[in-house]
Design a protein. Structure first.
Length: 134
């Protein structure tokens, strides 16, 4: 076998390994109802923080325990338990993406991703914006 054939085979093997790894790490976006019916599956849930319910975090008691209530896109609300520190400016976040699975009636999150609210709103745009010619 020539050297070029060995290199091509190695590139193909590496490419197949990358594709398999990427597919196995990708999760599905879901809701709390699906997660409740499939507690063994890791899912991503996009939701809004319920600011009317308590956000529980006490760094002095347990710095790696943070809980809050999240409402998914179907309107279902569940308590989310996250075994890590509370992210900075958590209360200001627009949407929250949690990754994890359901355990009993609580969602056990393994990671959090905060979606910041937009800084640019249509009602705050200056009325003369774009009217000046250069």
């Amino acid at each position: 076998m020539k050297t070029i054939h060995i290199i091509i085979i190695l590139v193909l093997i590496i490419s197949i390994g990358v594709v398999i790894t990427t597919l196995s790490d990708s999760g599905t976006y879901s809701d709390f109802m699906y997660s409740s019916k499939n507690p063994d599956k890791i899912v991503h849930i996009i939701g809004k923080l319920d600011k009317s319910k308590p956000i529980e975090y006490n760094a002095e008691k347990n710095a790696n325990l943070f809980s809050f209530f999240l409402i998914d896109d179907k309107g279902i609300e569940k308590k989310v338990i996250y075994h890590n520190t509370k992210p900075q400016d958590f209360e200001k976040s627009g949407n929250v993406v949690v990754t994890g699975s359901m355990k009993a009636d609580e969602f056990q999150a393994t990671s959090l991703l905060l979606k910041c609210p937009s800084k640019y709103n249509a009602d705050k745009t200056p009325s003369k914006f774009g009217s000046k010619k250069f």
